[in-house]
Write a protein that binds this ligand. Sequence first.
Ligand SMILES: *Cc1c(COP(=O)(O)O)cnc(C)c1O
Length: 435
Amino acid sequence: MPVLAINGGKKVREKLFPAHNPIGEEEKKAVEKVLDKGKLSRFLGCWHEDFFGGDEVRALEKEWAEKFGVKHAISVNSATSALYCAVGAAGIGPGDEVIVSPYTMTASASAALVYNAIPVFADIEEEYYCLDPDSIEEKITERTKAIIVVDIMGQPYDADRINAIAKKHNLIVIEDAAQAPGAMYKERYAGTLGDIGIYSLNYHKHIHSGEGGIIVTNDDELAERLMLIRNHAEAVVEDKGVTNLVNMIGFNYRMTEIEAAIAREQLKKLDDLLQVRLKNVEYLSREFAKVPCIEVSKIREESKHAFYIQALKFNKEIAGISREKFIEAVNAELAPFEMRETEGVKFGCGYVRPLYLQPIYQKLIAYGDKGCPFKCPHYKGQVNYNKGICPVCEDMHYEKVITHEYMVPSMKKEDMDDIVAAFMKVWNNIGEIRE
Ligand SMILES: *Cc1c(COP(=O)(O)O)cnc(C)c1O
């Protein structure tokens, strides 16, 4: 009689896991207030008092800046827009190179492409999965203008070393903290460690307003440029007296009053929600450590991790089977999350495929069909997106890393015990699935 669910045995858990849903009465009331007023947005795309948006948008920006201890916070309609604004405000353009991580959400790299710049992928750290300072140094050329660092999974990047490299080579640091609101590095908040930082308020993140993003900076000029790109810069520069026209093609990346009202309530909940996540991770980590073929990933020294995702490392030699087979067996024991049933059980092999292996990089087709910007005459370098350019990232993704989100604040001890039981059950009956 097989024991493991993958072989027809009884599952550890049939019932769906509780959904992460941080939206409550406070958000409902805040939205009602906006609806009652009827002013769902107040932005004007010209130089006018309302260039800066409505009451909720401005209040959110003020509160966000205070919370994270930064001079300017600028709301936008997504973190993707935030990244695009950041690259544009930094003055990046054709012929420039931007060093990016291959192990991140797709927009962290495409932000460079949007301004016709070239994403150059540096490798990641084996322990923390963030950009590796040594690899960054190897990739710097006279064309490099910026580094887009990512606090991946909620882990702050190596700010001391990478900021020093940036300073030495006069590069702008754009910090993608979409997965790390509330994470800290040496008593400073992730998102505020570089020159420009961005956060996400999309549905899947720690706190959300459906869609939304925030950009932060301490630099007045960058802040002005960010706001211009958010809101039809080309129609504003003249009356506002702006003379630097580089990348002053504006977009409509404006956040609505409804989203801002929700985000203000969400921001108040961030600390408590993060606290529960950290407690859940602590419990899960202690239990995962009892499974011999699993190693829990480390937290950087003097840092607070925000655990958007937890990474585990799989040891194939100890398990005697592949990571894929092991996770297939674990997932067969478990159930999906409520509200995300169609996504299946959320233990994944790796995180995202190294970005340079996406079709647009492999085929060098982004703008139009002539190879722009990769073959742009302004670009004097030579792109290399071959398999093997970031060996650590490929090893982590294709061989070792397991990722999951079963630390979301909705998870109770008994839910987490089912997770751990599934791992233990597969480990204890591993002979059933060894080839
Ligand atoms: C979610 C995410 C983004 C994009 O966020 P959106 O608000 O959905 O545009 C960017 N970078 C990282 C690392 C993310 O996780």
